[in-house]
Design a protein around this ligand. Structure first.
Ligand code: SAH
Length: 265
């Protein structure tokens, strides 16, 4: 990332996600940005400005653009929770995005959506290049770091066999940290049919509501964008229950991974 003295912008959609980071920050002061409280300080020796954007693509894109301009940020990071799409993943696993896609942007036909690159007028072949990808050198460095991160087990009471979740972690299985494709759209995914379709059509690991919108802002401003998401649910028919049950327990997982990768940014 460019000027190493400039701060990194960190965008969290929700309070739980921001407080998981704030507890590790020092030298904090706050700043109001169009009603958003921005916390300015240091995270493990790195200058950061952290904002709670609110949920969704517009809220996060506006926040990213404001932070980038107001603080001259050298990069944009999104940290928080997501729904898992890949059936091999479990609640508590964490994805670092090497590729980001707005899954609800494109031409809607009777049966399917043809995705396009957001923001490009609908002409020319480049519109089919719909994902925002990390530069290969950064992706390579993050892959190596991801392989070395170990996350603490989730609290046992959340994982008990009578827990109202269809997607229990097998006992003793270590939490995974891996690179993957993350989808963003203005919908909370609460359907097994949609989960399967998104996984199949986009070969993606997780779905959330902000990351690829911030990636579009980063592409416009020439800033790198890194998204880290810990799975709060598996986007299926019980995802609304799982989300409520796990959001506070898994949000720190994204913060742990972000703190490990920040020195690579
Ligand atoms: N607290 C809200 C829900 C927030 S929406 C409520 O009132 O119900 C879910 C948030 O977590 C979004 O910021 C999104 O990025 C992420 N997320 C987690 N699971 C998701 C899923 N299954 N589908 C889409 N986004 C999800």
């Amino acid at each position: 990332m460019s000027d190493q003295n400039a701060p990194l912008a960190v965008i969290c959609a929700m309070a739980e996600e921001k407080s998981a980071l704030k507890e590790h920050m020092s030298f904090m002061e706050t700043h109001d940005l169009l009603g958003r409280t921005v916390t300015i300080g240091r995270l493990d020796g790195h200058d950061v400005v952290v904002a709670e954007s609110g949920v969704g693509k517009v809220a996060s894109a506006v926040t990213a653009a404001l932070l980038a301009r107001e603080f001259g940020c050298r990069g944009l990071v999104v940290s928080g929770v997501a729904g898992g799409l890949d059936p091999n993943l479990h609640i508590g696993d964490t994805i670092i995005a090497h590729s980001l896609v707005q899954h609800d942007y494109g031409h809607l036909h009777d049966t399917a959506l043809t995705p396009f690159r957001p923001g490009i007028p609908p002409l020319g072949e480049h519109r089919r290049d719909y994902s925002f990808d990390l530069p290969p050198d950064l992706a390579g460095r993050l892959t190596r770091v991801a392989e070395e991160i170990a996350l603490p087990d989730l609290p046992r009471d959340l994982l008990s066999p009578d827990a109202p979740t269809a997607h229990r972690r097998p006992d003793g299985l270590a939490r995974r940290v891996l690179m993957g494709r993350i989808l963003s759209g203005d919908q909370f995914i609460n359907s097994e049919t949609v989960r399967r379709r998104l996984h199949r059509d986009f070969a993606a690991q997780a779905v959330e509501m902000e990351g690829a919108a911030v990636a579009q802002v980063g592409a416009l401003l020439g800033l790198p964008v890194v998204v880290v998401r810990c799975l709060s649910d598996l986007a299926g028919s019980e995802s609304h229950l799982d989300f409520q049950r796990f959001v506070a327990a898994v949000a720190p997982g994204a913060a742990i991974v972000l703190r490990r990768i920040i020195r690579e940014l």
